[in-house]
Write a protein that binds this ligand. Structure first.
Ligand code: 0PR
Length: 369
């Protein structure tokens, strides 16, 4: 740090230059984040200085968190469900492991995750010294319930399933896994970080929420398909009492106990998540999701027309294909197996899909000739 500060002009000139070095979402086809909705940005700015870590100081903001949780309880078909906001999918998954481990009280706890699970579970298990058992997935990239059952023992404190996998956009057979969890008396967590904002707005979507017996918790991220600002996650639980195991005394705060992992917690991104849902309503959310799913189908059809087959027909707006290169400046990603992966986020509009297909078609044809 220099002894004397910069002028605001100099400072922002520098900051803008740095910001210009960042990629623009206009050509990013690999991200599960997107340009936040304008109402999210406005709400975020309005609540910039709020801290939900000391909610008694910000009762208005705290009410927005409560309202958001009530909306998700309704959306996930269990009005008595509880929940809280987090910084995203990783923190939500850590919190689930924390309460599962505390509740089970065994010496060498283990959890079972599908081979398709997000790497956040590896982090969480490492932090908490929990064994991570990996259940196989089928040719549709979905967790296999029978094979999952074989991995359960008396030390299993959680089964994890995914609604909208990071790599292939698939949803595990959650009703069968719920049955297994009930039979074995094990907590079933549904990682719906991505799909939790998509599946409720799709007709004939695979079941994943609290209407499925055995589902104990669901995580969902407003900073992904919720078009909210970063960082923003939500962890919903069927029975709020699971959080009691995580309570610590916070004597000098406005609330005397807390179960959240982080201390200071942004109210701004909670207000932003609230704003998007309040502004769009169910009709607007459905229109948003329908658009993303239509663009996903169009992309798959377009790529197949060039002779690049899909790997699978996804349950959410993540399209995967045999490995092919794409022309710059398009930014795509590849799965662990090397398959091309494109996430049709809201910024990947129909025009963007068409423009990508045109560029891809030209480069692909010229390479094949
Ligand atoms: N669970 C699932 C199913 C996820 O897909 C992700 C993240 C998480 C949990 C963890 O969420 P947080 O990253 O909010 O903690 N999925 C994306 C991924 O890892 C996140 C992402 C988004 C990565 C945008 C890159 C990017 O540009 O691929």
């Amino acid at each position: 740090m220099d002894a004397e500060g910069l002028s605001a002009d100099e400072l922002f000139c520098f900051l803008k230059a740095k910001r210009n070095e960042d990629r623009s979402y206009s050509h990013i086809l690999s991200s599960m984040c997107t340009t936040p909705h304008p109402v999210a940005v406005q709400a975020h700015n309005l609540f910039m200085e709020t801290n939900l870590g000391d909610p008694g100081l910000f009762p208005g903001t705290a009410q927005l968190e409560d309202r958001l949780i009530r909306w998700f309880a309704d959306l996930y078909q269990e009005p008595s469900a509880g929940g809280c906001t987090t910084s995203g999918g990783t923190e939500s998954n850590i919190q689930v492991l924390r309460f599962c481990k505390k509740t089970k009280q065994v010496k060498n706890p283990n959890i079972i995750v599908p081979a398709s699970a997000h790497f956040s579970f590896e982090k969480a298990c490492g932090m908490m010294d929990v064994e991570m058992r990996v259940a196989p997935i089928d040719d549709q990239y979905r967790m296999i319930p029978d094979a999952t059952g074989e991995l359960i023992d008396k030390n299993t404190c959680c089964i994890v399933s995914v609604a909208g996998t990071t790599e292939y956009g698939m949803t595990d057979p959650i009703p069968a896994l719920g049955k297994l969890a009930e039979q074995e008396g094990v907590h079933l967590h549904v990682d719906a970080a991505f799909g939790g904002y998509v599946l409720p707005f799709i007709d004939h979507a695979p079941p994943f929420d609290f209407s499925v017996p055995g589902v104990g918790s669901i995580s969902v991220d407003p900073h992904k398909m919720g078009m909210s600002t970063i960082p923003s996650g939500i962890l919903m639980v069927r029975d709020e009492r699971v959080f009691c195991n995580l309570l610590v005394e916070t004597p000098y705060l406005t609330t005397k106990q807390a179960y959240s992992l982080t201390g200071t917690r942004p109210g701004a991104s909670v207000a932003a998540a609230y704003a998007v849902m309040a502004y769009l309503g169910r009709t607007g959310m459905k229109a948003l999701v329908t658009g993303c799913m239509e663009n996903t189908r169009r992309l798959i059809e377009g790529m197949e027309a060039f002779g690049v087959p899909r790997k699978v027909t996804p349950d959410v707006n993540v399209a995967t294909f045999d490995h092919v290169s794409v022309p710059s400046p398009w930014t795509v990603s590849y799965t662990r197996k090397g398959d091309l992966r494109i996430v049709c986020m809201p910024h990947v509009t129909r025009d963007v899909v068409e423009s990508f297909l045109t560029d891809f078609g030209e480069s692909y044809v010229s390479h094949s000739n």
